[in-house]
Design a protein around this ligand. Structure first.
Ligand SMILES: [Zn+2]
Length: 303
């Protein structure tokens, strides 16, 4: 058997010439070596955490992009029945204008008929009166009869004038009613076409929304529950919960972000949690931390 070496490499200070007393310098060197090793491990560990934080922030950024698009599409969808109703109201207002003209025409025609009836009755009465004239005996009675005839003539003249005025009004109304009916017809046809357009828009939006919801469902489970909860908390106040720092400025509130924080975000330091803006508390990303899924194509299909 080979003789064991005179020194034990594991033991600090052991040398081939035998154990020596530990020098301070030697202890320091060895300690430094051990610390370097530990520090390296910490750096590796922190790098992993940092990678994880960056990936999580990117996922959150992605989720935020999808959520903002979902918000947008939902608003668009909510607008569709409102837009349809507005256009329907326009058609209805045109219809009520036509209805008012029809009612007015009917009313004037009724008045005209009454006037014509009154004139006819008065004319008949006068004819009867004329027949009786030769039978009148006294001058006084004759004068009274003439006066009566004269009053009846005046009455009829008034009625005829009123009738003429009504005829004029009816002619004007007939023209405007015809125009209004044409507008109404045009609007009704346009509204029916618009309804179809809006329905196809609604279907497209619903499809795109479905796609986005699917993407969201794919992203969410990859995010740590605590980060997701923080994100959702911020989203209740601010729809853009995840923002980038651009030119040292938080793009959410436009306040300056300290160089130290930016450095921390770039380097591996103590990133065990997400970086948030000290002013607006939005989750921060660096400009090169881009989202992982491109959802723009979905939006360009519908908007
Ligand atoms: Zn901010």
């Amino acid at each position: 058997m080979a003789e064991p070496p005179a020194h034990n490499r594991i033991v600090v200070g052991s040398t081939p010439t035998g154990p020596t007393k530990f020098g301070v310098r030697q202890i320091l060197r060895r300690t430094r070596t051990n610390n370097d090793f530990i520090n390296q491990q910490i750096i590796v560990f922190r790098k992993e955490i940092m990678m994880e934080i960056k990936a999580q922030a990117q996922l959150l950024m992605n989720l935020n992009e999808v959520d903002l698009k979902i918000d947008h599409l939902q608003k668009e969808l909510q607008q569709i029945p409102i837009r349809e109703r507005e256009e329907e109201l326009d058609v209805l207002s045109k219809k009520s204008k036509v209805d008012r003209a029809i009612a007015e025409i009917a009313d004037l025609e009724h008045k005209k008929r009454i006037l014509e009836k009154e004139v006819a009755e008065t004319t008949d009465r006068m004819a009867e009166f004329q027949k009786k004239l030769p039978m009148i005996k006294t001058n006084k009675e004759y004068q009274l009869a003439l006066k009566e005839i004269d009053e009846n003539k005046k009455f009829n003249k008034q009625r005829d004038d009123q009738t003429l005025e009504i005829i004029g009004q009816l002619e004007t109304l007939a023209v405007t009613k015809k125009e209004d009916e044409e507008y109404l017809h045009g609007s009704t046809v346009a509204f029916e076409a618009r309804k179809k357009e809006l329905e196809s828009e609604r279907l497209k939006l619903t499809d795109a929304l479905g796609e986005l919801v699917q993407i969201k469902e794919g992203i969410s489970p990859k995010i740590e529950a605590r980060f997701l909860a923080a994100y959702q908390r911020i989203r209740k106040q601010k729809s853009d919960a995840v923002v980038t720092i651009f030119g040292g400025i938080c793009q959410g509130c436009h306040m300056k972000i300290s160089p130290q924080m930016r450095l921390d975000m770039q380097k591996t330091t103590t990133a065990t949690s997400l970086f948030t803006c000290p002013t607006c508390h939005r989750i921060l990303c660096l400009p090169d931390w881009t989202g992982l899924t491109d959802t723009n194509a979905i939006m360009t299909k519908v908007l």
